[in-house]
Design a protein around this ligand. Structure first.
Ligand code: FES
Length: 91
């Protein structure tokens, strides 16, 4: 699955690139602060949590850990198993 990386105010954020509503690419969307707006139906996702702010998207996108080492950006892809663990921790 494609991952989109965003650079906001000196911080890097990585999320799944595919919107959870349909198949739009969030990297084609619009960035405002830590929120990206889907280019197809305007659902907005928080880059820090992956959560949508409201319809039409209802499910969050996965977020991924970003690490900077010697000026290189590395992304640790969050697995589906890790997503399940995190969801239980939040509930
Ligand atoms: S495809 Fe993203 S809001 Fe519909």
């Amino acid at each position: 699955m494609a991952i989109a990386v965003f650079h906001v105010d000196g911080e890097f954020y990585a999320i799944d690139d595919t919107c959870t509503h349909q198949d739009a690419s969030l990297s084609d969307g619009w960035l405002e602060g830590c929120t990206v707006e889907c280019p197809l139906h305007a659902a907005c996702f928080d880059l820090r949590t992956g959560r949508p702010s409201g319809p039409p998207a209802r499910k969050p996108v996965r977020t991924h850990e970003v690490v900077l080492v010697d000026g290189q950006v590395y992304v640790h892809e969050t697995t589906e198993a890790e997503v399940g663990t995190l969801a239980k921790e939040v509930a």
